[in-house]
Design a protein around this ligand. Structure first.
Ligand SMILES: [Zn+2]
Length: 431
């Protein structure tokens, strides 16, 4: 018995005090984003691979994107850990209220003047600390920040097929080779689905179920690829999204919003982006601000805000770039300026407190606990978690590691150590 106890203590000491070399500690991180993946999209579909992830890793019940629940603003909050009012990517479209220039979402991807507003995304911060990073179609990855580019960048081109499953797998193969053959530490990988299907068909359409099954197969493929490339012990993976999706209400169910019924837009506004889901912006002509506010206040199913009166909890009002008037429609109502031209059956851009705007968070890999269900949290907290996983000193941010660190094995603790301890304890009790 004494000898056994002695042996147990020797083994325990070895296990717990085994020094970790720096390169053993340095894990890699893959951040995958499926655009517009509503938090509950997997609940009415058979998703064996997503289900297995719950057993093998971490699932949050849901996460809350920042206000604005739009692709570029929300993705940039995830990769910077900053609120939209701080990073200033205040819309999917790039705009200039003076020149009236407006650029559609995909055309903004390489426009550094839209993205680079003083806040550094994780790619650049990690590179400045000696890591190698890449962005595969992730919004903001194609810009330069204080003149610095991401080490490797693929930017999604206009007309890129968002739903080609073969291509999805090829993208994974490419990213895996970056990790295993070229020693990249951080890669962000973006997929444009299920957002497109959600917009075109609506969240309740059978095609949305089909695309979720395709995503599930892709996650299965990702896990096989991780094993094939011998990355199981070194690669952590976070799978998340930017916002949810809701069904757009149409006549005769509701009276759709046409803003020009309530104010003469041409006469009263010098700039506007109004025909874009549930969120609109406009600049009143000189001296017309009160008239615009009064007129819009009479319109049903929307809330109008003066920029300086936006609730602090939105984390939007301090933005310099945002025009002076902001309009937010009630859930399911699209904003239309003059005509109903917007034919989307599903949309987003609504208040981030609405359950339909909530989105997903899953994670697995050597640093994450298994079978761990997290309470809901704000997506802004993903940034300090990623910094912790990469051992990167974070840039100033608005997140908190305390929100997510329970998902991680603490120092000295790991699945291997736990199993060893259990074995040793059972040896002790047998003797
Ligand atoms: Zn969208």
């Amino acid at each position: 018995m004494r000898l056994q106890l002695f042996l147990v203590l020797v083994v325990l000491t070895c296990v717990l005090s085994k020094p970790l070399k720096k390169n053993e500690e340095q894990k890699k991180l893959l951040l995958v984003s499926f655009d517009g993946f509503r938090w509950d999209y997997d609940q009415d579909v058979d998703t064996p691979h997503l289900d297995q992830l719950v057993v093998d890793g971490v699932k949050a019940k849901y996460i809350t994107p920042p206000m604005l629940t739009m692709t570029s603003p929300s993705h940039f909050t995830t990769i910077t850990g900053r609120w939209v009012e701080d990073h200033e990517v205040v819309h999917n479209m790039m705009f200039n209220v003076t020149t009236n220039q407006k650029l559609p979402h995909k055309e903004t991807m390489k426009r550094s003047e839209w993205w680079d507003n003083g806040v550094l995304p994780l790619w650049i911060t990690a590179q400045n600390q000696g890591l190698k990073t890449a962005s595969f179609h992730y919004p903001g990855g194609g810009a330069t920040y204080r003149g610095q580019a991401v080490n490797r960048v693929l930017v999604e081109e206009h007309g890129f097929p968002d739903d080609n499953e073969t291509e999805w797998r090829l993208n994974i193969d490419m990213v895996m080779s970056w990790f295993s053959e070229e020693d990249f530490h951080l890669v962000t990988l973006y997929y444009g689905e299920p957002d497109n299907v959600g917009h075109a068909k609506g969240p309740d359409h059978p095609d949305r179920i089909k695309i979720i099954q395709q995503i599930d197969r892709t996650i299965g493929y990702l896990r096989e690829a991780i094993e094939y490339h011998n990355l199981t012990d070194s690669l952590n993976v976070i799978i998340t999204s930017d916002h949810g999706m809701t069904t757009i209400k149409k006549r005769p169910q509701v009276d759709e919003i046409i803003l020009n019924k309530y104010l003469n837009l041409l006469k009263l506004a010098s700039f506007e982006i109004l025909d874009y889901g549930g969120f609109g912006i406009l600049t009143p002509r000189t001296g017309k601000e009160q008239e615009v506010i009064d007129a819009l206040s009479k319109a049903p199913n929307l809330t109008v805000y003066r920029k300086d009166e936006i609730p602090e909890s939105f984390h939007l009002g301090k933005s310099e770039r945002l025009p002076p008037v902001v309009v937010m429609a009630d859930l399911g109502f699209n904003l239309n300026s003059r005509l109903i031209v917007y034919v989307n059956k599903g949309d987003h851009g609504f208040h981030n407190g609405e359950m339909d705007m909530k989105t997903i968070f899953r994670a697995f890999g050597p640093s994450f606990k298994r079978n761990f269900v997290s309470e809901p949290f704000d997506s802004i907290h993903i940034y300090p978690l990623m910094c912790k996983l990469l051992q990167v000193e974070p840039a100033p941010h608005n997140g908190s590691l305390a929100v997510t660190e329970d998902m991680l094995w603490s120092r000295g603790e790991s699945a291997g150590v736990s199993i060893t301890l259990l074995l040793l304890l059972s040896m002790l009790s047998v003797s």
